[in-house]
Design a protein around this ligand. Structure first.
Ligand code: HDE
Length: 701
């Protein structure tokens, strides 16, 4: 193999296929038993990269005791906090289909546009513990439980459409690498450390996902403003038994939006519950978050024409190739009554499926079908977790499973088996309404193998980076530079820089420049050379951001003597735009307006930094502004609003403070001479951040 990257202690490699070559490129193998990886019972392991499948592209076999041992052990590592996705926020609501979808699926909850199906949704971060902050750079979980008339259907997705790894057998390794390092117990909720970058740099299949996790998607403005994805390819089955493939998408009605990294860091300090609080308050005030469910439906022939394997969870189907069909909406309209009973005890199971939907052979999904059921045994204390109210189906449920830890029911009757003739025989199977797996023919070799069609790890990473707008590309470069600067082991940094070079020359140049290591990076020989794919503008958040203030927050910093008419105009405009307005005064007791009326503050300045708001207003009397200019908190409020590219309106007296805060005039700095100028402020603020300001303020690094 030419240009094989140098790896410590790599003894031999016998690549036969591109996929095998990929493994050989990055993994150490040994020939002596002393260094051999074994199961918990001492059995030497020959392949720790692939689960046992019926054919390279076939389903995973339950016979794979090595996979099961590894994942069982992993699933029970923490009690009772979730091992991943420990920090979460839950809410109740409903789903309603727009149309009757019987042409593509017989799923009962997708037949009647008048029917509302109850849902419970839990959003989460992945890496941090239950008490960590809401704004680490991380994937967000987006798990939906539909309580349908034919049983619970769980769509357990993320806010990113692809995943780090291709095979479930790598999940424990991946999660171990990103969580705090085992000897020192840090860092908490952060991927910026050696173990994570060591693992991913040795695992090229992570490259596509890495470009996403380094993007703005990983630091959302609000959980009400994230997209959701089912990630894997699933099947839809109609009443005639015809199968079509499907990818699931959630699109937020408010538009998807993110914060800047500097904001994320500060928000984590100022309000670690920022997302949780935002969701709770929105629902409490009746501003119900809403998402549309979108489907990409395609048949086998289309799947065969795509230049990647639809079973590979590290790949996405650009909307430009298969457009989304919006089929329904989900509204979250009720906060939980009890965080522990509901948000903590909810158990999502990708194996919770309903007739009309089925699995594909995606090897990551196949492993998940086992893992979630298993993890609940230690997390929720036994096999009866389905009886916990948040997990219980809303439709009738009866079978002969009995007893077990935490049994809460008192089953009646003499029989606990089926078939029986003693207690009237029921319940019995129902061949017409019951769930039947899609009868996919399989005639395959039992083997541990990664399909060769999974071997291209760079083309879609390149596609993603090149589909971003200029500011988004700069943020990805900054994020890589930040993370790699935290990597202490230089060899890991160099290996990773080699991958970035393979993804995109501009990405590599940007990161190496930001690190002060121009041109650095190992030579990487990809198993499959990356191709230039047509960019997919729909992947960019900025390119498709709606001009709106709906669901956003305007912070108005007032002082004694502020202009009452301007505040009234601001309140009126905010209401019209469905935005929230918060008054911030030097003291929480409030400030007297120009008419001498005391207006209570929502927050004192000390607890409401401008990072909490999407747009900022300084509404100060000349005297009040002069005083503010002497206060570090007020100057920081202003300079942060400017540095975070926010639209900032101000009354004339605030100029000395703007000067101290380094504010330079641009399209986002709006003078507020009187209430008529409010319309100008609103028009500017609706457009969101002033991206043109950014290059003058910060360089990647
Ligand atoms: Fe999970 N995952 N996961 N995951 N996952 C869990 O289940 C697992 C994966 C996701 O709010 C655990 O109940 C394996 C992909 C969400 O309660 C555990 C593999 C995606 C949540 C588990 C994956 C997800 C989890 C921990 C690779 C996006 C939180 C607690 C085969 C499509 C759900 C629990 C909630 C939680 C295992 C990969 C999403 C350990 C083995 C891919 C949103 O069972």
């Amino acid at each position: 193999m030419p240009n094989k990257p140098k790896l410590p202690r790599a003894k031999k490699s016998v690549p036969q296929t591109p996929a095998a070559a990929q493994v050989a490129e990055t993994h150490q193998t040994v020939s002596n038993l002393a260094d051999t990886l074994t199961t918990n019972h001492g059995l030497p392991i020959a392949d720790n990269q692939n689960s046992l499948k019926a054919g390279a592209r076939g389903p995973t076999l339950i016979e794979d005791f090595i996979l099961r041992e590894k994942i069982t052990h992993f699933d029970h590592e923490r009690i009772p906090e979730r091992i991943v996705h420990a920090r979460g926020t839950g809410a109740h609501g409903y789903f309603q289909a727009y149309d009757n979808l019987s042409a593509i699926t017989k799923a009962a909850f997708l037949q009647d546009p008048k029917a509302k199906t109850e849902v419970f949704v839990r959003f989460s971060t992945v890496a941090g513990g239950a008490g960590s902050g809401d704004l680490p750079r991380d994937v967000r979980g987006f798990a939906v439980k539909f309580y349908t008339t034919e049983g619970n259907y769980d769509l357990v997705g993320n806010n990113i459409p692809v995943f780090f790894i291709q095979d479930a057998i790598k999940f424990p390794d991946f999660v171990h690498s990103v969580k705090m390092e085992p000897d020192r117990g840090f860092p908490q909720a952060a991927s910026a450390h050696d173990n994570f970058w060591d693992f991913v740099s040795l695992t090229p299949e992570t490259m596509h996902m890495l470009t996403w996790v380094m993007s703005d998607r990983a630091i959302p403005r609000s959980l009400r403003m994230i997209e959701g994805f089912g990630v894997h390819t699933f099947r839809l089955i109609d009443a005639a038994g015809v199968s079509r493939f499907v990818k699931f998408h959630w699109r937020p009605k408010l538009g998807a939006s993110s914060v800047l990294w500097d904001e994320a860091v500060k928000i984590n300090g100022a309000d670690p519950d920022f997302h949780r609080r935002d969701m709770w308050e929105a629902i409490a005030r009746g501003d119900f978050p809403e998402w549309e469910l979108g489907l990409q439906v395609f048949d086998q022939a289309t799947a065969d024409r795509l230049d990647f394997d639809v079973l590979d969870p590290t790949k996405l189907i650009p909307e430009e190739i298969i457009p989304l069909r919006m089929v329904g909406k989900m509204v979250l309209n009720r906060n939980v009554d009890n965080f522990f009973a509901e948000t903590e005890q909810v158990a999502f199971l990708p194996s919770n499926i309903v007739p009309g939907i089925d699995f594909s052979n995606d090897p990551l999904l196949q492993g998940r079908l086992f893992s979630y059921q298993d993890t609940q045994l230690s997390r929720l204390g036994g096999p009866n977790f389905h009886q916990i109210p948040v997990n219980a189906p809303r439709c009738p449920m009866h079978n002969f499973q009995r007893d077990g830890l935490r049994q809460m029911e008192v089953p009646k009757g003499r029989v606990n088996y089926e078939p029986n003739s003693i207690d009237g025989g029921a319940p019995r199977e129902n061949p017409t309404r019951g769930f039947a797996s899609f009868p996919e023919p399989i005639d395959a070799t039992k083997e541990r193998k990664r399909a060769e069609t999974f071997a291209d790890h760079y083309s879609q990473a390149r596609l993603f980076f090149r589909s971003m707008t200029a500011p988004e590309q700069q943020h990805i470069i900054s994020a890589f530079a930040f993370e790699l600067a935290h990597v202490e082991t230089k060899a890991i940094r160099l290996r990773m820089l080699g991958h970035l070079k393979t993804i995109d020359a501009a990405l590599h140049a940007g990161v190496t420049d930001a690190l002060g290591m121009p041109g650095a990076g190992d030579k990487i020989s990809p198993a499959v050379a990356p191709r230039d794919l047509a960019p997919s503008p729909s992947l960019s958040l900025i390119a498709k951001a709606p001009a709106t203030l709906q669901g956003r927050k305007i912070g108005v910093l007032v002082t004694d003597g502020f202009d009452a008419a301007i505040l009234a105009a601001l309140r009126g405009a905010a209401k019209k735009e469905k935005a929230v307005l918060a008054v911030i005064a030097p003291k929480v007791g409030g400030a007297k307006d120009s008419a001498g009326v005391l207006v209570e503050a929502d927050f004192p300045l000390s607890s409401a930094p401008s990072i909490f708001f999407d747009a900022a207003v300084i509404l100060a009397s000349a005297k009040g502004a002069a005083d503010l200019a002497t206060q570090a908190a007020a100057v920081a409020w202003t300079s942060d609003a400017f540095a975070h590219l926010k639209v900032l309106a101000h009354t004339a007296g605030a100029q000395p403070m703007l000067d101290r805060a380094g504010v330079k005039p641009d399209a986002g700095i709006v003078p507020l001479a009187n209430e008529k100028a409010v319309a100008k402020f609103i028009a500017a603020a609706k457009k969101g951040r002033i991206w043109a300001r950014e290059p003058g303020l910060r360089r990647p690094g």
